[in-house]
Design a binder for this molecule. Sequence first.
Ligand code: FES
Length: 71
Amino acid sequence: MQDVSIKVRENGPYLVNGTVTLIDADGNPYHVEQNFVLCRCGESKTKPFCDGSHRENGFTATERAVGTLQE
Ligand code: FES
C-alpha cells in the first residue's frame, strides 16, 4: 500500500506527499513529482498547481481538523 499524505497549509495550498496519479477532467494524467502543491485559492495561473499567487491575493483559510468524517 502506498503512503500518501495531503497537508493543508495555512493560507496556502494543499501539499501532497507520496506517489499519486493526478488526472485532468479528460482523464489524462499530469506529470507530477512525489511532492507537489495544489492550488486552493483559485488564482494560480498553473492550475491545478500552486504558483504562489495566494501570497499576493490575500487568500486566507485556517481550517483545522476537529473531528472525523462519517460516511
Ligand atoms: S493556493 Fe497557491 S496559488 Fe492558489
